[in-house]
Every structure is written in structure tokens, then in C-alpha cells.
Design a protein around this ligand. Structure first.
Ligand code: ARG
Length: 466
């Protein structure tokens, strides 16, 4: 029998699909990316069919060989993808069957519904591992920058107003912590993605005695003890995409963290801050203003956050009204998933490269961190140590700040007599509060930006990231 249209239509249809309908429903233009997972899944399925006696050794060998050839042609860019064959599954299966008649037995006990769920899980597992590697590199770049500039102090900000001094390293370490939680969320998503749906068929499993454990083990769907992890409900397995939603949600949070880092970089690279200088290779010029050097990598990282959020919303919306079980709507999941993964991976890699090519301007940081007002809280703490209630101390130091403003002096240039005019509790040692180095040495609570504590955190992360 001559095959004129997709194998899924089989003998039931008198005609092929209309050209516009085929064009509308094809997915191979984007799901071809799953070819490797599709072939791996088919090899495992074929090995299992052979083991349970539904494929002879010769048939299995023939299928294995042909799939191997097809894989090599795809890698070499010699495989011709055909939109009229709809998707990655049918493109590969049609070509397999053309070369190896036994290929017609490959789909035994299998549906594209469990096949696509499998391919996506296999793909996402790899992607999560790669992404976490990229995020680790970014953490290392942040750590390296902090270590190289471990003595640099900058103002910490709240409301984008100068608040209290912090080591630059402390600021960078904050992002390392955020990224660590992103990796933990990804690892968590990995564990729920790492479940084998094959054997669920189209919706209701199979009447054939398939060995799901064999397939799961061959494809690495195992727990820490090497025990296979199988989906436990065929309807759930072919119709839910919560693992993809989880990934897109974790990616959205990662994108938030990348975007916040990008925002800091953008501010710091401005003439107003001037804390950093990004290498030419990671900046762009203006077509009009010759003096411009723009932090486009950071801006694009911030800007791309929008599409990552959008992908999450699109997936949630896609799933919310679907009746059980598989519906073709689900085909819309792939571009969203791919885009979120591609975007956060690229942004992580580019932010890493940019930070590796960024220099700190210690002089500008020192000038900004030298603002004595940053230590107003330390002055209140000084009074607390002399027995003044904090609310009272806060009020007194507020009056000192007002006096400094009125007399046009920086806080640390007021005389002892002027301090005493506000509160008798001030004595000679009060002005020593404004020594920045000793101020930093005092902040030694766990998690505080003190000299010892930051060194400890840098050492901890160095060990953890090596
Ligand atoms: N391209 C389809 C998708 O991505 C594969 C599964 C098709 N299944 C079906 N019954 N038409 O969802």
C-alpha cells in the first residue's frame, strides 16, 4: 500500500489534510529539537519489545541500525524534515519504516501521547542539568569579583537611598544565595520530571505485557537506589504538563534574580555611580552619540524577563481548562518551554561573561562609602551602649544629623562640643564611630557584612563552588 499522508491517518481517512490545516497543525518546525530524545525513547522501547518477545533479535537489530543512521544524518544536517509528516515523531518513524520494514512494529503499545510526554521529560532533565551548570558559573563569576575586591566597601541602599556600608563582596554574595535557591528549585523540579510516562499509551496503557521497568531503567528514570520511577496513572501521565510549568516558574524566579543583578550593574555603570567599568566587548555604542557606552547585555537580561514571565502564564492558561486527557492544545507547550530554557540559559551565560570582564573602580566606591551619614545608625548604637533607649538614641542622632546639615558640615566633622550640645551622653570616643574600618569590624553577626563574616562567607562559597 502506498502511503500518501501521515501514518496517523492510517486507513480511516479518504484524503490527506488540507494544506492550510496541515500547516496550522504541524509542530516539526519546532519539535525537531526533540529528535535525540525521540530516538533514545524509541531505542529503549524497541529493546523492551524485543525482551518481551514482540520483536525478534533481527527486527530489533534492524530498527537499531536504521535509527542510528537517522541520528547520524540529523547530526550531520542531512536529514530532511517534512512538515506534511506533522511532528518529530512521525518524521523519524516514517523514515525508519522506509529503511527498515520492522519499523512498522516500533509503535506497538505506544502512542504519540506518551511518546511526547517522554521526550519532553528527557529533554528537560538534560536542560536542567545544563542550566544549573550555567548558574554555577555565574555564581563563580560573582564570587571571583568579590574575592578580587574583598576590601572594597560601598554604600548599601534601601529605597535607593544610601543606608549603611557593606562590602561589595557582601552585595555580590547576596546574589550567590539567590542563585543557590534557584538551583535548588531546579533540582526539585528535576525529581518530579524524572518519572517515566512510557507505557501509558494514548490514555489507557496497553493490553500487551509491556515491561515498563525495563524502559524506565534504560532511560535513567530511577531513584537514588536505582529503582525505576514510573508514572502511576496513565491518564495523568499523558495529559499533565506540571513539570514544564514548574520549570517555567523556577525559570521566572531565576529571571527575576538575573534582572535585579542586571539592574545593579546598569546603575553601577552609570556616571552617577561609576562603581564599575564593563569591558568594551560586553557593551554597545550609540549610533548617534559618540561618547556612549551602554550596558546592553544587562538591559537585555532585564528586558527578557518579560518573555519568561509570559511563557509561564501561557502554560498555565493552556492547561487550565483542558478536559482529561490528551488534547492537541498541549502541542503549544513546547515553544514556551524551549523559550524559557533558552532565555535563562543565555542570560546566565552572558551575565557571567560580562562580570568576568568587569572592573571595579575602588576610588569611586571609597568616595561613596566614605559618606559618614552611612554610620548614623552606628552612632545611635553607641548611645545604646551607654544605656540610652534605642528610640531615644534614634531621636538624638536625628538631631545631630539636622545640626550637621544646618552647619553645612559632614557628620564626622562636628566637634565634641556640638555633639554634647545635642546630648550630654556623647564623649570623646563618639567621633571614633566614624572610622569605617572599625565600623566594618564590628558587624559580625551571622549574615552581616562584617569584615570577618564576609571573609568567612567568601571562604564557604569558594569551597562549595569548587
Ligand atoms: N505534536 C504532538 C504534541 O506536541 C504530539 C502528540 C500528538 N498526539 C496526537 N494524538 N495527535 O502534542
Amino acid at each position: 500500500m502506498k502511503q500518501q499522508f501521515p501514518v496517523s491517518r492510517g486507513g480511516r481517512f479518504a484524503t490527506g489534510p488540507a494544506a492550510d490545516a496541515a500547516q496550522f497543525s504541524q509542530s516539526v518546525s519546532f519539535d525537531w529539537r526533540l529528535w535525540e530524545q525521540d530516538i533514545l525513547g524509541s531505542l529503549a522501547h524497541a529493546a523492551m519489545l524485543h525482551k518481551i518477545g514482540l520483536l525478534t533479535a533481527a527486527e530489533f537489530f534492524e530498527i537499531e541500525n536504521a535509527l542510528d543512521q537517522i541520528a547520524r544524518e540529523i547530526t550531520g544536517g542531512r536529514f530532511e524534515w517534512k512538515e506534511e509528516l506533522e511532528d518529530v515523531h512521525m518524521n523519524i518513524e516514517a523514515e525508519l519504516t522506509r529503511r527498515a520494514p520492522a519499523g512498522a512494529k516500533l509503535h506497538t503499545g505506544r502512542s504519540r501521547n506518551d511518546q511526547i510526554a517522554l521526550d519532553m521529560r528527557l529533554w528537560l532533565r538534560d536542560e536542567i542539568i545544563e542550566l544549573c551548570g550555567d548558574v554555577r558559573s555565574l555564581q563563580r563569576a560573582l564570587l571571583g569579583l568579590g574575592e578580587k575586591n574583598s576590601g572594597v566597601i560601598i554604600p548599601g541602599y534601601t529605597h535607593l537611598q544610601r543606608a549603611q556600608p557593606v562590602y561589595l563582596a557582601h552585595h555580590l554574595l547576596a546574589y550567590i544565595e539567590m542563585l543557590e535557591r534557584d538551583c535548588a528549585r531546579m533540582a526539585d523540579c528535576f525529581s518530579r520530571t524524572n518519572v517515566c510516562p512510557l507505557g501509558s499509551g494514548a490514555i489507557a496503557g496497553s493490553t500487551l505485557a509491556l515491561d515498563r521497568n525495563v524502559v524506565a531503567k534504560l532511560l535513567g528514570f530511577v531513584d537514588d537506589n536505582g529503582q525505576p520511577r514510573l508514572s502511576q496513572n496513565s491518564m495523568d501521565a499523558v495529559s499533565d504538563r506540571d513539570f514544564a510549568v514548574e520549570f517555567c516558574a523556577a525559570a521566572a524566579l531565576l529571571a527575576v534574580h538575573l534582572s535585579r543583578l542586571a539592574e545593579d550593574v546598569i546603575l553601577w555603570a552609570s556616571a552617577e555611580f561609576n562603581f564599575i567599568k564593563i569591558a568594551d566587548a560586553y557593551t554597545t555604542g550609540s549610533s548617534l552619540m559618540p561618547q556612549k557606552k551602554n550596558p546592553d547585555i544587562a538591559e537585555l537580561t532585564r528586558g527578557k524577563t518579560g518573555r519568561v514571565f509570559g511563557n509561564l502564564m501561557a502554560l498555565l492558561t493552556l492547561l487550565k481548562g483542558l478536559p482529561m486527557t490528551y488534547n492537541r492544545d498541549l502541542q503549544e507547550d513546547k515553544e514556551r518551554l524551549f523559550d524559557s530554557a533558552d532565555t535563562v540559559r543565555a542570560a546566565s551565560r552572558l551575565m557571567t561573561a560580562m562580570l568576568q570582564n568587569t572592573k571595579i573602580n575602588p576610588a569611586a566606591c571609597a568616595t561613596a562609602a566614605g559618606d559618614p551619614a552611612l554610620l548614623a545608625t552606628d552612632l545611635a548604637d553607641y548611645l545604646v551602649k551607654k544605656g540610652v533607649a534605642f528610640r531615644q538614641a534614634h531621636h538624638v542622632v536625628g538631631a545631630v544629623v539636622a545640626l550637621a546639615e544646618k552647619t553645612g558640615k559632614p557628620l564626622n566633622k562636628l566637634t565634641l562640643a556640638q555633639l554634647k550640645s545635642v546630648d550630654k551622653k556623647f564623649s570623646r570616643d563618639a567621633l571614633a564611630i566614624f572610622n569605617l574600618q572599625s565600623a566594618m569590624a564590628k558587624r559580625n553577626l551571622t549574615g552581616a557584612p562584617g569584615t570577618k563574616e564576609v571573609a568567612k562567607q567568601l571562604a564557604r562559597w569558594r569551597k562549595q563552588l569548587s
